[in-house]
Design a protein around this ligand. Structure first.
Ligand code: LLP
Length: 404
């Protein structure tokens, strides 16, 4: 059962910790993970939470307590996962475009690595030969995902080794006797159709005979979550059924089966997150009523960057008559969270909450306009705990070096 926070809990958190404020519902994250593991009961699967979605150490520790492994997109995320207590075997570094030295660090940490270029694979082969099992990220030339900016598997994408270069890939593996333990394909974020994942399994199916040492097949993340009522989402139960059939096909064709890996980010933390702001100004113009909040794309960039839709509710007047607003921020450039949006009548001082703000919300926040990053709170067993302090003025100048 999905879990959500009540208006009263959100208002209480805003009153205790101030706004703008990110609030995460631990119970919702637990429910999401449990839905995943239940759907795949009995299957050899492993879930690595894509920590780029939200790296607060308490979120990483919650994953640890739930038994969920961690996927990283930088070596620092790997260090954070270790700091949170994750064992190296439960940390995966799916790299792209990185300097080889980060792969060396990953090896020294004994974590899993997916390499995404022939160049780094060659360096890896030269240095480690067959001594360290490694995964290889492939580009299947499949267009998928909510929009082009979050699509990663298409034929113009920078990610992975293009399938057209399979011969060159195999030659490098052969030269250095590299132990390819896994194949990885992540085609994008917000993939609603199970058929996309099954296209990837078709690619894997054809490749399996070429990789005798394979132990895992990694389908990446990208499960779609609904951002508004009526939005589609990935049918996890259907996916589990199809993956089971895929395993049976592998078994009957090759007499081999593999651990199937997934790297869900949004699915794990999106819905658990609420971003609470306060309305500074109501500006009535001849055509538009603006509700100006004490935040901006410096705190939640998804609407401006991806035209993403986030449900916005007026916590202070939830049952008021609906009126139409543009909800905007206080950044010194166009900074629109929502246009032409029906929201319960807003007055200055009201608290507005943006839903589905857990994934890529705080994580993509910045100090643009020299504003503070928000505080973060986790609701744990019904109790609101501060898990990151709001920035202070010192945070803005901390790393600056005065030379004048
Ligand atoms: N694995 C890999 C290799 C990835 O590149 C990503 C996301 C994931 C897993 C997790 O995908 P998810 O389950 O969260 O969809 N900032 C954008 C999303 C960028 C996703 C980048 N890679 C947004 O806010 O929509």
């Amino acid at each position: 059962m999905s879990h959500s926070l009540s208006n009263e809990q959100l208002i209480a958190a805003a009153n205790s910790f101030g706004t703008p404020l990110y609030v995460y519902d631990a119970a919702n994250i637990e429910a999401q993970y449990s839905a995943l593991t239940t759907a795949f009961t009995g299957q050899p699967v492993k879930f690595f939470y894509a920590s780029k979605a939200l790296t607060n150490i308490n979120i990483l520790k919650l994953m640890l307590h739930m038994g969920c492994a961690v996927d990283c997109s930088s070596i620092n995320e790997a260090h954070l996962a270790i700091k949170a207590g994750h064992a190296p075997k439960n940390i995966l570094y799916t790299s792209n475009g990185i300097h080889f030295s980060e792969i060396e660090t990953a090896v020294s940490l004994s974590i899993h690595v997916n390499i995404d270029s022939l160049s780094n694979l060659e360096k890896f082969g030269k240095k480690y030969g067959s001594s360290y099992p490694v995964g290889i990220r492939l580009r299947p030339n499949i267009m998928a995902g909510g929009n082009l900016k979050i699509s990663t598997g298409h034929d113009k994408s920078k990610f992975g080794v293009p399938l057209e270069q399979l011969e060159a890939l195999l030659a490098i593996i052969d030269t250095y006797q590299i132990n390819i333990a896994g194949l990885h394909i992540h085609t994008g974020s917000e993939i609603k159709d199970v058929s996309v994942f099954m296209k990837v399994t078709d690619v894997f199916f054809d490749l399996v005979p070429k990789f005798p040492q394979l132990q895992f097949l990694d389908l990446g993340g990208g499960f779609k979550v609904p951002y508004k009522a009526g939005d589609p989402s990935t049918n996890i139960n259907e996916l589990a059924t199809e993956i089971q059939k895929f395993q049976e096909k592998l078994q009957s064709t090759y007499a081999r089966s593999f651990e199937l890996w997934f790297e869900p980010g949004k699915y794990m933390v999106s819905k658990a997150g609420y971003f609470i702001t306060e309305v500074n100004v109501i500006k009535q113009t001849p055509t538009i009523t603006f509700a100006g909040v004490n935040s901006g794309f410096n705190h939640l960039i998804r609407p401006m960057l991806y035209e993403a839709y986030h449900e916005i509710k007026n916590l202070s007047n939830p049952n008021g008559p609906l009126a139409t607003y543009d909800v905007v921020g206080n950044i010194c450039e166009t900074d629109t969270f929502a246009s032409d949006r029906q929201i319960a009548t807003i007055a200055e001082g009201d608290l507005l909450v943006f839903e589905n703000a857990g994934a890529y919300g705080f994580e993509m926040a910045s100090n643009f306009n020299s504003r503070y990053k928000p505080a973060e709170v986790m609701i744990l067993k019904g109790e609101a705990k501060l898990i990151r302090q709001r920035d202070t003025f010192e945070d803005l100048t901390r790393n600056q070096v005065e030379v004048l």
